[in-house]
Write a protein that binds this ligand. Structure first.
Ligand code: FAD
Length: 382
């Protein structure tokens, strides 16, 4: 019998195996990953200094341990080249692997804007444990860091690196912290919290180039002609679902790999979940949705076709300098913010025309309202 093949050993792939093995202990499973296959919790990558964790500390299990614990085969360092859905075959660099069912848990790629300059190759992005290990090594003995991007990942790293004793300058062209997640008053609260830690902001201009400066210094050139000199540059601009392999295999894709509520893609016996997936129009690159997906998919793989449902999905942003919890309204939802602000405590409620609560953003002490507000919110995908 051909195995169930899972491409990806991140939280989506790992939790699928974990849930599947609760239901089926025997069906052969092969996990493939381009990275070193160590099991870790990705959200910890932007809290490593605060929690004083090196890359090795963050490793929760080696691939050998995962293989033994769940009775699966884990093949690491293998970049899957493609999929032949007609032959039900995964194409490896110099071999192939036939599957009975295939799970795509491919994650998302970091996206960096086209930068110029002779030091572009020195710009870091941190999207897995191997990146994190290299980033930590590059920070050894250094003092200053420029962060490109003031979204969730950029703000979390700004807080964390400040906690680690680094001087941080954050560049955000949209003019405020977390511009896509928060209304202005809440962004200001977060900005103030980070500023109190010593974070400096360059709001407005875009990063254009990164050049070598004097000695080991790097110079980030901005679109308004100004420059920031630092030891290290970190890009935290954004993540894009990894869809190219699915596209090339002829699977339907949009923002992510399109699936129905059973996580089934447009190809028979091929499923997708986690950051690479677009489930009934929802692209939700967070842990809670992928856990719900893994539980549902495990049942389907074990023979009981099951739809995933997403309840209320709050996201806690790890900026202890100004705690934030946000529950974004559905993509394209129409409504208006209703805001109560007192210093760093902001309660912003996003209400539809009929007055119903569609989403919220809470900062400071207002995060305590989360549980109460969750009860008022509609499920993301019932
Ligand atoms: P990944 O963990 O990216 O795994 C993808 C896997 O696919 C990897 O094993 C990779 O090697 C493999 N792969 C890809 N292409 C190939 C190929 N061609 N061949 C072989 N293998 C391949 N979410 C929250 O809810 N709360 C948080 O606080 C939070 N903080 C975060 C902080 C940071 C710094 C980051 C980057 C993300 C954070 N997130 C947070 C998001 C959350 O971590 C992700 O949603 C989740 O980890 C995605 O898991 P995944 O398994 O889908 O993808």
């Amino acid at each position: 019998m051909n195995p169930v093949v899972i491409i990806g050993t991140g939280l989506a792939g790992f939790n699928t195996v974990k849930e599947f093995r609760k239901l089926d202990k025997e069906t052969p499973v092969v996990m493939l990953t381009a990275d070193d296959g160590r099991n870790y919790s990705k959200p910890m990558l932007s809290a490593g200094f605060t929690k004083e964790k090196t890359a090795d500390d963050l490793c929760m299990a080696t691939p050998e341990k995962v293989a033994e614990q769940f009775n699966v085969e884990v093949r690491t360092g293998i970049h899957v080249a493609g999929i032949d859905t007609a032959a039900k075959r995964v194409l490896l660099p110099d071999a192939h692997l036939d599957y009975s069912k295939l799970v795509l848990a491919l994650g998302a790629d970091t996206w960096t804007p086209p930068l110029e300059g002779d030091a572009v190759g020195k710009v870091f992005s941190v999207n897995d444990l191997m990146d994190y290990a290299k980033f930590r090594a590059a920070l050894e003995g250094k003092k200053t860091v420029t962060i490109l991007g003031g979204g969730l990942i950029g703000c979390e790293f700004a807080n964390d690196l400040s906690n680690g004793g680094f001087e941080v300058t954050l560049v955000e062209p949209m003019g405020r912290c977390l511009p896509l997640l928060l209304p202005e008053a809440a962004s200001e609260a977060v900005g103030q919290g980070l500023a109190d830690l010593g974070v400096k902001f360059c709001f407005g201009p875009l990063a254009k180039a990164v050049q070598h400066g004097e000695g080991d210094a790097l110079v980030t050139e901005l679109s308004d002609g100004s420059e920031i000199t630092s030891d290290v540059v970190l890009s935290a601009i954004g993540l894009r679902p990894r869809i190219s392999m699915a596209q090339e295999a002829g699977l339907e894709t949009n923002r992510g790999i399109i699936t129905d509520k059973t996580l089934r893609t447009s190809a028979e016996d091929v499923y997708a979940l986690g950051d690479c997936a677009e489930v009934e129009g929802h692209v939700l690159p967070y842990v809670l949705p992928l856990m719900a997906s893994a539980r549902a998919l495990a049942k389907t793989l074990a023979g009981e076709t099951t739809e995933v449902s997403y309840g209320v999905m709050p996201v806690t942003i790890k900026t202890p300098a100004c705690p934030v919890v946000v529950c974004p309204a559905a993509h394209g939802a129409e409504g208006e913010w209703e805001i109560e602000a007192e210093g760093s405590n902001v309660q912003a409620l996003f209400r539809g025309k009929d007055g119903n609560l569609l989403g919220y953003a809470l900062t400071g002490d207002a995060v305590k309202e989360k549980m109460k507000l969750n009860k008022e919110l509609p499920a993301v995908m019932p």
